[in-house]
Each structure stands twice: as C-alpha cells, then as structure tokens.
Design a protein around this ligand. Structure first.
Ligand SMILES: Nc1ncnc2c1ncn2[C@@H]1O[C@H](COP(=O)(O)OP(=O)(O)OP(=O)(O)O)[C@@H](O)[C@H]1O
Ligand SMILES: [Mg+2]
Length: 405
C-alpha cells in the first residue's frame, strides 16, 4: 500500500503541511530539529493511533492549540481510502473515512499499515524488557486488532488487582472478603492474560525466521540473531512451536498465581503474567543487551522492525497490502556496507519514506523523490506543496506571515 497525500494541521511544529507522495522511496531532508520526524510520526499515527515517541497525545498538538489533525489518502491496489483523524488530547480521537460521518476510532485502525524504525528503537536492544513486550504486543495487535481489547482488559485488571494487594497490606488485613475479591480478579486476569500470552507466542514464532534472515542480510552474517522468551507462566512447550491453546495457558497461569500467592501478598504486586515476561535477544551465544556493539545494536533493532514488516507482509497475501516502511534517521548511523545492504532490503515495500539531515548519507537508490523540510518562526514547512486542497475538512491553506492562532 502507499500514501499519496498527507495533510497535517496543528500537528507538532506544523501549523499546516500538505504533501504529495508517490510509491517508491521519498526522502525527507532537512537540518536537525526542522520537523522531519514530526512528519513520519504523523504517518505512523494515522495508521496506528500511536506515536513511536510519546505515549501522551498532548505533545502531538502544536503548542497553544487544542487539537491536531492528520489526513491522508491510502492506496491499496486499485482502491483508495481517504482517512482523516483528529487528535483531541484527553478524549478519544475522531476518525472519518471517505469524508463520511465520524466513526469509532478503532474503525480507522488497520486501513493504513506502517512499520516505523526510529532511533528510539535502539532501546529495544539496550533497555529493560518493557519496550520489547510493547514491540511484541504492537505487532500482535496489528495482526489481530481484536487482541487490543485483551491487552487493555489485562492492564485494567492488573491495576485493580495490585490496588487490592496494596490496600490489604496497608490495612494488615487479609480475610475471606479479600480472598473472594482476589479470586474474581484472578479469573479476569487469567482470561485476558492467556489471550495476550497466546498472541505473543504466536507472534514470536512468526518472528524467529525473518529476524535471523534480516539480521544476516544487514550484516556480514557472522553472527546469528535469536531470542528466548521467559514466561512467568511455566510453558509446557518451547516458544518456537505452536502456542498452547488459550484455555491451557489460562489454567497454567492460575496454577502459577496460586503458587505465588504468599509472595504477592507480601510484596503487594502481581508477579505472574505476561507483564512480567522477559524477551532476551541474542547475537550468537551472547545476550545482545550489555554485549552488542553500537553498530550491532543498530542492526539488531533494525532487523527487529524489518522482521515485523515481513510478518505483516506474510499475513496479507495481497502484494498491495504490504505496510508503508518508514526509516527515520537510520542511514547516518550505518557504515557504507550496511547502508547498501539496507537499501537493497527496503525494496520489499511499495512505499518507503526515509529521513536524513544530509543527502550524502542516503543511498542513491532511495533519493529519487525529495522533500525539503525547513522551519521558520512560525513552525515547520515541507517544501513540496500539493496543487489542490486535500479532501476532507482540513482546508485552510498556509499563509506565509499571518498566524491564525
Ligand atoms: N507540540 C509541539 N508544538 C510545537 N513544536 C513542537 C511540538 N513538538 C515538537 N515541536 C518542535 O518540533 C521540532 C522537532 O521536530 P523533529 O523531531 O521532527 O525534528 P527533526 O527534523 O526530526 O530533527 P533531527 O534531525 O534532530 O531528528 C523541535 O523544534 C520541537 O521544538
Ligand atoms: Mg528526527
């Protein structure tokens, strides 16, 4: 798939920007801080309703404004969809499809599929397991949007269960009432947790092969990328085989929770479940975290995103269903051999959008279509402006000096 038009209003540093995009590769070029990442963040957000940089929507809205808008035309083979999104921090997003009446936000998910690689992804390799769990869950939800609900249910029940453990510890009280309430939370926790764990194990099984292949293709192939998933729920079978049925996982989780009951009450924390599971990445025999070189860390983080790309592409047999691939600020960090290898690998996408500060850093094969980004006192501006107004309600053109705020 590809995006032919992107319009943003009051998004980050942009008062207004309107870009025409084409299939193939596009480079967003400009000095540090001019607004390159802001644009690719908008594209990612339009597809997933999530930013790759922040978890709070407030930062996405231009300073002093109360809402941001993003619109785009998404093409999938001969069909195209006009997608519009309004970000209202603290409230749910408003989404419109093909200029229709607003629909529930989640109906807008999945129309535009993107895979974003950004420098923040180094944290997938170097930091604690939270980021790796989020990576797995994100991919899981992109594959099976219904699991987004299981993940949200799980988070909610977990908070409530921890609150119960804490208040009981504070009150030095654990009676029949607390026991009954905990049993109720446990039931919900195991139901949602088992679905989540099942989804993760499924995604992990799909990732193993592309991760190994993509890491080998990016590097000289001297080390093999692999992973181990250590679950707090004892798993009868390994993670490279088909995931056990959800009911089996729920029963295993219940047993593990019972075994930890005393410890959980003492620490007032839920110690069993997918929120405590660890994904360890390996290069050869050594864990990547704490051992990998800087360049290896970049390559491994990139290979994780490319592997996620492959999993999504394999999930959709339509070649026009492949996600838009976004590579933010990656080329400057790679040596020339890795740059060339990466340029060869991105051909799998119908549309690739890359950002960089210097055109020399970007392989020639990717520099066909360039968009120059600059910033003045009023905010960021993308220089290839489109001739006609975009469809939808984002209409007002950008006027040089006068701010409408
Ligand atoms: N909500 C916001 N309102 C206004 N400006 C914002 C907002 N959020 C970020 N900015 C501004 O956007 C600019 C950063 O843009 P961006 O991250 O896209 O830069 P970049 O071109 O990717 O730079 P680099 O090459 O350093 O990665 C900063 O000047 C920042 O102050
Ligand atoms: Mg940037």
């Amino acid at each position: 798939m590809y995006l032919s038009r992107l319009t943003v209003a009051d998004f980050r540093s942009y008062r207004w920007a309107d870009l025409e995009l084409t299939p193939g590769s596009t480079v967003l070029l400009g000095a540090n801080g001019v607004g390159k990442t802001n644009l690719v963040e908008a594209i990612g957000y339009l597809g997933s309703h999530q930013s790759h940089r922040v978890s709070q929507d407030a930062q996405l809205v231009r300073f002093g404004q109360d809402r941001a808008r993003i619109a785009g035309r998404v093409h999938r083979g001969p069909r195209s969809v006009a997608l519009e999104l309004e970000i209202l921090p603290g409230r749910s997003n408003r989404v419109a499809i093909n200029r229709g009446a607003p629909v529930r936000a989640r109906e807008g998910l999945g129309i535009l599929r993107t895979v974003v690689f950004a420098p923040e992804d180094l944290g997938l390799v170097t930091q604690d397991p939270g980021g790796r769990r989020r990576f797995l869950d994100q991919l899981m939800v992109q594959l099976r949007p219904a699991l987004g609900e299981a993940a949200a249910d799980y988070e909610r029940v977990l908070r409530q269960r921890n609150a119960l453990l804490k208040s009981a510890r504070r009150a030095h009280r654990w009676g029949a009432e607390e026991e009954t309430t905990l049993e109720v939370w446990d039931e919900h926790l195991c139901t949602a947790g088992a679905r989540l764990l099942h989804g993760r194990l499924h995604v992990l099984r799909l990732l193993a092969h592309p991760l190994r292949e993509d890491y080998a293709a990016l590097t000289n192939g001297s080390k093999t990328a692999s992973y181990a998933y250590d679950s707090t729920v004892p798993l009868a079978r390994g993670t490279h085989t088909e995931a056990p049925p959800v009911e089996e996982l729920a029963a295993d989780m219940r047993t593990a929770l019972r075994a930890q009951r005393e410890e959980e009450r003492a620490r007032a924390l839920t110690l069993v479940g997918p929120h405590r599971d660890e994904l360890t990445l390996f290069l050869g025999p050594a864990p990547a975290r704490g051992y990998a070189s800087h360049g290896e860390t970049w390559s491994l983080a990139l290979a994780l995103r490319l592997a996620a790309y492959d999993v999504l592409a394999a999930d959709d047999p339509d070649p026009h269903g492949r996600p838009v691939l976004i590579l933010d600020d990656v080329f400057a960090e790679l040596d020339s051999a890795r740059r060339a290898r990466l340029a060869g690998l991105v051909g799998r996408a119908e549309q690739v959008i890359v950002t960089g500060a210097a055109v020399e850093d970007i392989p020639d094969a990717l520099t066909g279509h360039r968009v120059l980004i600059r910033q003045d006192a009023e905010g960021s501006e993308a220089v290839t402006a489109a001739a006609a107004p975009v469809e939808g309600d984002i209409r007002e053109p950008r006027h040089g000096g006068e701010a409408d705020a």
